[in-house]
Write a protein that binds this ligand. Structure first.
Ligand SMILES: O=C(CO)[C@H](O)[C@H](O)COP(=O)(O)O
Length: 150
C-alpha cells in the first residue's frame, strides 16, 4: 500500500520505527514529517497527511502524537477523512471493519512499539464489512456535507 505518515515531536521516534518496518514489509511510505524531535504543532501535519489521502496520492494515512487525541480531532475536520485512534487490536478491527477508517492515529506515549506494529498490521489487513456500516457511514458523510454548508 501507499501510506503517508506524520508525527509531532512525541511521535517522532515511533514514526521512524514504523516507517522502517512498513518499508521492510513492502509498503511505499511517504514520510511527511516532522523530521526531528523538536517541538512542532501537529494540526498542519495532520492536514498534510489527510490531503494525501483525500487527493488519492496514497491509500492510507498514519498519524502519531503523544495521546493522539488532538490529532484525531484535527484529521476528522477534513472532508472524507475517517480517522480512528486505536490503542488495542479490538478497536483497530472496529475502526476498519465498521468505520472504514482511512487514517490511523496512534498514541506514542501510550503504546509499546511492538503493540503499535501489531495495530498497524491489523489495521492494514482488515477489510471494511459494508452492510449496515455502509449506511451509517453515508449518514456521517451527510452530516459532513450539511456542516460544510454552514
Ligand atoms: O498527542 C498530542 C495531541 O493529541 C500531542 O502530541 C500533544 O498534545 C503535544 O503536546 P506537548 O507539546 O505538550 O508535547
Amino acid at each position: 500500500m501507499r501510506i503517508a505518515i506524520a508525527a509531532d515531536h512525541n511521535g517522532f521516534a515511533l514514526k521512524t520505527r514504523l516507517t522502517d518496518w512498513l518499508t521492510a514489509a513492502g509498503h511505499i511510505v511517504d514520510d511527511r514529517g516532522s523530521h526531528s524531535d523538536g517541538t512542532v504543532d501537529y494540526p498542519p501535519l495532520c492536514a498534510d497527511v489527510c490531503r494525501e489521502v483525500t487527493d488519492g496520492r496514497v491509500d492510507r494515512g498514519i498519524v502519531l502524537g503523544g495521546s493522539g487525541l488532538g490529532e484525531t480531532i484535527a484529521c476528522n475536520k477534513l472532508r472524507g477523512i475517517r480517522a480512528g485512534l486505536c490503542h488495542d487490536l479490538w478497536s483497530t478491527r472496529i475502526s476498519r471493519g465498521n468505520n472504514d477508517s482511512n487514517v490511523l492515529v496512534l498514541a506514542a506515549k501510550v503504546l509499546a512499539p511492538e503493540v503499535a506494529e501489531e495495530i498497524v498490521e491489523v489495521w492494514l489487513s482488515t477489510p471494511f464489512n459494508g452492510g449496515v456500516h455502509a449506511r451509517r457511514l453515508a449518514q456521517i458523510a451527510e452530516l459532513e456535507r450539511v456542516a460544510s454548508q454552514g
